[in-house]
Design a protein around this ligand. Structure first.
Ligand SMILES: O=C(O)CCC(=O)C(=O)O
Length: 314
């Protein structure tokens, strides 16, 4: 049997003009670790999404006998309703994903979060304290990410879509620590984080706003002391050679109506569930997540077909 020479390494990402990212957004993402996109969702989209979130929440609340103040999260939201699937390749936000992470990406997680007004117990806790209802943390798998010089590397990004009014303080808004992705995030012996309060940013935003952020950022929540449940959605993206957290494979019924780009983002290869190991799986297996063929990566053709939205300084 002939042993084929190892295949050459796959294409290296070519520098190309951003599809949507402005110089300022690039700067904010690198320095602060996040930026906001106002009106990412129209009022009609927000209303439609809220309807589906509320419906599902009401059903689960009675089935699971959830308490009135209990926070609730639906994971792998893309599999729950076509309206959640649609956001995976939101025409504008997908441009940011490609600009920030390239085309060989997929979804790591998608979740819908409902945080009803909290009881008085939530008051008086120091924001993000280890014994608070939502301690400071970065996202990551059990046993953590590898660190580089003590700092968490850029392994993934998330887009948060906020569906309710979070403009008032203590409405359950997320807080991020500006620039914490660049620090070693020191922790005291009692588990408290050393955080400069000047770097804490409360994401007090109108419905329809999106937060584009590096999930290494330390984040925590303010209590929801408002009168309405806070509802939001998160979509996490990472390189396709990593493994998602919410699924191994999506079900056939979820995949069937998907476009090629959506199938890629849901972790599938162009050729379906066979031939994951390349053309010579016995002698020279090659994961097509590492070495995608053109048909595996429709996002590339999609990105090439998009006219950039912005002009950039050289
Ligand atoms: O805004 C929230 O509810 C917190 C989300 C969060 O911690 C996360 O997405 O990792």
């Amino acid at each position: 049997m002939t042993v084929r020479a190892p295949t050459p390494h796959g294409p290296v990402a070519e520098p190309r003009p951003p599809l949507a990212l402005t110089d300022e957004q690039r700067h904010r993402f690198d320095e602060d670790g996040f930026f906001l996109v106002e009106d990412a969702l129209s009022p009609e989209e927000v209303a439609e999404l809220l309807g589906v979130v509320d419906d599902r929440y009401a059903r689960c609340k009675s089935e699971q006998d959830l308490g009135a103040h209990e926070a609730f999260q639906m994971r792998n939201a893309v599999a729950l309703d076509p309206i959640f699937l649609r956001l995976v390749d939101h025409p504008l936000m997908l441009r940011f994903v490609v600009d920030l992470m390239g085309v060989n990406v997929q979804l790591r997680t998608s979740h819908a979060d409902v945080r009803p007004p909290q009881s008085d117990d939530a008051k008086g806790h120091e924001l993000g304290a280890p014994d608070s209802f939502f301690p400071w943390h970065s996202d990551g798998p059990n046993f953590g990410w590898p660190r580089v010089g003590g700092v968490l590397p850029f392994m993934e990004m998330k887009i948060g879509y906020y569906l309710t009014d979070l403009t008032a303080p203590n409405s359950g808004e997320i807080c991020v620590v500006r620039g914490s992705h660049l620090s070693t995030q020191p922790t005291a012996a009692d588990g408290r984080r050393h955080i400069d309060p000047a770097n804490i940013v409360s994401v007090n935003v109108r419905p329809g706003t999106a937060l584009v952020w590096r999930t290494q950022l330390l984040h925590a929540l303010q209590p929801n002391l408002s009168t309405q449940a806070r509802r939001c959605l998160y979509y996490g993206y990472h390189p396709r050679w990593m493994r998602p957290s919410d699924f191994d494979h999506q079900s056939d019924s979820v995949l069937a109506p998907c476009t090629p780009v959506q199938r890629q983002l849901l972790g599938e290869l162009g050729s379906g569930r066979t031939s994951y190991d390349g053309d010579d799986p016995e002698i020279h297996p090659v994961s097509r997540y590492w070495r995608p063929q053109d048909e595996d990566i429709p996002l590339q053709a999609w990105a090439q077909s998009q006219a950039p939205l912005t002009t950039h300084t050289p």
